[in-house]
Design a protein around this ligand. Sequence first.
Ligand SMILES: Nc1ncnc2c1ncn2[C@@H]1O[C@H](COP(=O)(O)OP(=O)(O)OP(=O)(O)O)[C@@H](O)[C@H]1O
Ligand SMILES: [Mg+2]
Length: 243
Amino acid sequence: MPMERPIIEVRHLRKEYPAADETVVALDGIDLAIPRGQICCVYGESGSGKSTLLNQLAGMEKPTRGGVRIGGTVISRLDERELAAFRQRHLGFVFQSYNLLPNLTAVENVAMPLMFRGVPKTQREKAARGMLRRVGLGKRLNHYPTQMSGGQQQRVGIARAFVARPQVVFADEPTGNLDSKTKIDVMEMIVSFARALDQTIVLVTHDDNMAAYADRVVTLLDGRIIDDRPVAAVPASTQGASR
Ligand SMILES: Nc1ncnc2c1ncn2[C@@H]1O[C@H](COP(=O)(O)OP(=O)(O)OP(=O)(O)O)[C@@H](O)[C@H]1O
Ligand SMILES: [Mg+2]
């Protein structure tokens, strides 16, 4: 089988944040290629540059130097308007703090990405209801975010991230605010959606138990990649013991 071009390619990526006294180098020469369908975990201690890397990959911020390509698009060359359109068309997001719109019901929140793609209301709400049933929220369709638990809100967040079948889903500490049982449910949902449609996931975490769900763990320290290995390299016995 011929090698497919990686869906995400990062070259010589550098991100500096100017500060009053000295410039912070948050990313210092990152090179990374992520194949289609991979669940890639970005791992590392607080301040190592995980969120900064995710923000550059997802086009939320401009790199100081270097480039990011997703599919056929060099996103580091797009302007703000083009980037917004690209994100709506090709990317999904799961956030640590859920980021649901408080004045919208679960169905309306999940339907949002389809609205941006011009799907008519009845069709997008039907798709949203289907997704909510798949994440076990068939009885919470018309609830507002404040009427749901953290775990339920994150399941709405997952339904929203996957409803439009994006090529890539970015998740920054998606289980960071959840208890250990709910963490597992949420990670298993993310993985099973991604596997079903061969979607690529970039998952940021500093939680070993969550990293074990990935295919690969890329470890950052001080804005550099210090380790990059397949998860299969972790003995199955320790993986099982941690669940
Ligand atoms: N907007 C900003 N302005 C200045 N410095 C920043 C900014 N964002 C991040 N940094 C700095 O860049 C470095 C990397 O931060 P980043 O948020 O990427 O870390 P992280 O690995 O996601 O940490 P955590 O696990 O705590 O979320 C840190 O030293 C941080 O202080
Ligand atoms: Mg972070």
